[in-house]
Design a binder for this molecule. Structure first.
Ligand code: 13P
Length: 337
């Protein structure tokens, strides 16, 4: 493969010891939801100012290997006129880019989604490589509903699209993050989540193999194996950690460069505690680290909206450090006091 070594190097750097990713790639619609929730209007300038805070805090590079950006942000500059991608690189952080066009209703499958965005993707990757992106992200969503959903059609369509995206990324020298998110919504048991996650991962890795994707130059962004948000008897931290590690070991090939997790609606502390407990178990062939959006940003955005910028920076560094410790199995609740 043309970019073989570059892909391996970038993927390994993304999961370097003690580091993880910040997901700051909220689409315009999601950014609006988050900003209006804290009483702010979502204009392009407000989004730039808020993201400037996340991308320019000195020292954050000791905890973050990369940041996932949205198309708008990779084209924006800081107050001094330096492109955000260059600001990140100067801090030793790899800029990444979300390239999917979002999850759309899957035809003939009520309640299910398929992620779009393959049209013109080769040309877009060429541009993103020029803008400085070292890696990319594509997210698919899988809904659990009783024994009915997800359908095989949904799992297959998403796995296929994700593998085609991953191949195009590697062709452009960009490391693909593949993110099949099994949603937390619902009252399903942790056992049902385990089963659906297993099926989803099997389908994904079969498609990646079919498309010739080099796993040593690719990253899985996984959802944890959890009880549904509204389940009556939710599994505790240790059980979640054990089930997630077991599921990944059984269904993710050892050659893969690394596994990063989404937070998916968990609280900040849950997301950190789960990651820490998994790394305390250890024994996986790939590093396990974070790629959180809400579990890092929620407290930061709230303080920033209240114009408490110094506190927002402190809260941001604290969550980054907590998750860095958790990625090494070195976090404890005492750290939070
Ligand atoms: P959350 O951590 O808020 O789930 O977001 C991660 C992400 O990038 C979803 O695609």
């Amino acid at each position: 493969m043309k970019y073989d070594q570059q892909l391996r190097d970038t993927a390994n750097a993304m999961v370097a010891a003690g580091k993880g990713l910040l997901a700051a790639d909220e689409s315009a619609a999601t950014a609006e939801k988050r900003l209006t929730a804290v009483g702010l209007e979502s204009t392009e300038e407000v989004r730039r100012e808020y993201r400037q805070l996340l991308l320019t805090v000195p020292g954050v590079g000791q905890y973050l290997s990369g940041v996932i950006l949205f198309d708008e942000t990779i084209r924006q500059k800081d107050d001094d006129g330096t492109p955000f991608a260059d600001v990140l690189k100067a801090e030793g952080i790899i800029p990444g880019i979300k390239v999917d066009a979002g999850a759309k209703d899957l035809a003939l499958h009520e309640g299910e989604k398929v992620t779009e965005g393959l049209d013109g993707l080769r040309e877009r990757f060429a541009e993103y490589a020029k803008l400085g992106a070292g890696f990319a992200k594509w997210r698919a969503v899988i809904t659990i509903q009783g024994g009915e959903l997800p359908s095989e059609a949904c799992i297959h369509a998403n796995a296929h699209a994700m593998a085609r995206y991953a191949a195009l990324a590697q062709e452009a020298g960009i490391v693909p993050i593949v993110e099949p998110e099994v949603l937390l919504d619902g009252d399903h048991s942790i056992e049902r989540c385990y089963e659906v996650t297993s099926t989803t991962l099997d389908a994904l890795f079969a498609e990646l193999k079919n498309q010739g994707v080099m796993l040593e130059g690719a990253i899985l962004k996984a959802s944890m194996v959890l009880s549904g948000k509204d389940a009556p008897d939710r599994a505790d931290v240790q059980t979640v950690a054990e089930q997630t590690v077991k599921c990944l070991k059984e269904h993710v090939p050892a050659e893969l460069a690394g596994v990063v997790f989404l937070s998916g609606g968990q609280t900040e502390l849950e997301a950190t505690a789960h990651l820490d407990a998994m790394n305390k178990i250890g024994g996986t062939p790939w590093p396990l680290t974070f790629s959180y959006s809400r579990a890092i940003q929620n407290p930061v955005l709230k303080l920033w909206a209240e114009k408490k910028t110094d506190d927002a920076v402190k809260a941001y560094l604290k969550r980054c450090q907590a998750n860095s410790l958790a990625s090494q199995g070195k976090w404890s609740e005492d750290f939070e006091d």
